[in-house]
Design a protein around this ligand. Sequence first.
Ligand SMILES: Cc1cc2nc3c(=O)[nH]c(=O)nc-3n(C[C@H](O)[C@H](O)[C@H](O)COP(=O)(O)OP(=O)(O)OC[C@H]3O[C@@H](n4cnc5c(N)ncnc54)[C@H](O)[C@@H]3O)c2cc1C
Length: 247
Amino acid sequence: MAAWVEGRVIERIEWTPTLFSLRVAADLAPYKAGQFTKLALEQGDRRIQRAYSFVNPPSAPYHEFYLVEIPSGELTPSLGSLQAGDTLLVQSQATGFLTLDEVPAGRDLWLLSTGTAIGPFLSMLADGEAFNRFENLVLVHGVRKGEELSYQPLIASFAGQYGERFRYVPFVSREPWPEAMAGRIPAAIAEGRLQARVGLGFSPEQSQVLICGNPEMVKETQQTLLALGLAKNLRRAPGNISAENYW
Ligand SMILES: Cc1cc2nc3c(=O)[nH]c(=O)nc-3n(C[C@H](O)[C@H](O)[C@H](O)COP(=O)(O)OP(=O)(O)OC[C@H]3O[C@@H](n4cnc5c(N)ncnc54)[C@H](O)[C@@H]3O)c2cc1C
């Protein structure tokens, strides 16, 4: 049986009317950058629980989660009304294999995300280990509207700290947005537009690619990368592509 502990919201960060982050104080077992735990609220006699990735590096003195409120969702409307001082339940043992220790060596680390699934990659980048292991780091974030490009100060701090070794490529699909690429991530890879923008190609020898978020994007991106000669990364057969679906 998974152990649940009480967490207390110590800060709430508002990004848009539906996107928010919760910083939570809770006594959790140690975890790795890229992992997730479960958050829950009691509704009547039911405990509604869902998976959420850590955004903070494991060394942070708090646990941070980046969420989107799904209006028809069972849990997120209630999580969305939590304010500093409110309590929630947190599973004390994190889990998940989208972690750097599962990723073989390479020269370039590509972190491809949609929506709130940028979270685990921010954790990895802030942790610093990604920069110890890879020469080039590319953070790609696909959203519908420009206002959904959250965490800009943190992302800018990676560029400030690591210079040209770090590249950030936002994709905005539903409106033109300064500096952002138009359209969707898999199409931009298939057409070579993402590689041209970043100045790096994909190759089995040099690329490690982590993909997280919308299952359609994850599937299509994997297919596109397989067609470019990359292979799925399995424990019994190391490859280049590791992925996690958010639903
Ligand atoms: C490993 C893992 C990690 C996750 N980490 C996060 C996280 O860090 N932040 C986060 O917001 N969600 C995350 N999720 C999704 C989360 O667990 C819930 O599914 C989500 O919050 C919706 O819960 P709900 O009860 O409100 O909606 P439900 O009633 O369960 O409705 C689910 C539906 O909402 C939509 N949906 C679910 N998640 C998202 C999303 N992130 N973006 C857009 N649409 C979505 C899908 O259409 C899905 O079918 C993660 C899921 C997994 C499996």
